[in-house]
Design a protein around this ligand. Structure first.
Ligand SMILES: O=P(O)(O)O[C@@H]1C[C@H](O)[C@@H](CO)O1
Length: 197
């Protein structure tokens, strides 16, 4: 089963609605989910067009209590308090890294931490510096809620992000994280890593 895009919290959907497709997949028997997303690169070593295999996340909306699992727990899907310490399956990440190595594209594929913010405004310089201090390598506005719901119902998760823009970490520059930059890095020539995907 394949999805063309997703809906986001910032479009006005409550978090649980953004993750309904994951539960539908589970109900029809899907056991492993592969999630892709666009992100801004916080890690100075990342370039536009690079891919980051997600090894962990920081659930910023979760810090303030916005979770897709809020409300009465449906035990048919999973437990009230699901663990998230191994959310991104180690074996799937290793298999992906083997493919990356075989293809000789290690320079443009990284493994890192994704941080989810609510958006839709992009981040200030101070916010981006804080996120970097917290250990995040890339920032986006999706993915985490889907991962939480997938793990809650016992699915294996592999997730990766395309670095669509570099985060602006310095004050008093004229650079802007333009949404057009984000879209153009989505739509041009397929990046070198595409065969690996
Ligand atoms: O659905 P994704 O996360 O790929 O959507 C992209 C990233 C942000 O959520 C949003 C703005 O850049 O579009």
């Amino acid at each position: 089963m394949c999805m063309k895009g997703r809906v986001h919290r910032y479009e006005g959907y409550p978090m649980w609605k953004t993750t309904v497709p994951i539960r539908v997949m589970r109900l029809v028997g899907v056991s492993d989910v592969i999630i892709s997303t666009a992100t801004g690169g916080l890690n100075r070593g990342y370039k536009i067009g690079d891919v980051m295999i997600i090894k962990d996340h920081i659930n910023m909306p979760g810090f303030s209590g916005d979770s897709p699992l809020i409300g009465k727990n449906d035990e048919r899907f999973g437990p009230r308090f699901p663990g998230m310490s191994n959310a991104y399956d180690k074996q799937l990440r290793q298999e992906a890294k083997n493919v990356v190595k075989e293809m000789g594209i290690e320079e443009s594929v990284h493994e890192g931490v994704y941080v989810m913010l609510g958006g839709p405004s992009y981040e200030t310089v101070a916010e981006l510096r804080l996120l970097r201090l917290l250990g995040a390598d890339a920032v986006g506005m999706s993915t985490v809620a889907e991962v939480v719901v997938a793990r809650h119902c016992g699915m294996r998760v592999f997730a990766f992000s395309l670095i669509t823009n570099k985060c602006i970490m310095d004050w008093d520059t004229d650079d802007e994280p333009l949404h057009t930059e984000m879209l153009s890095s989505h739509s041009g020539e397929p990046p070198d890593q595409m065969p690996a995907v």
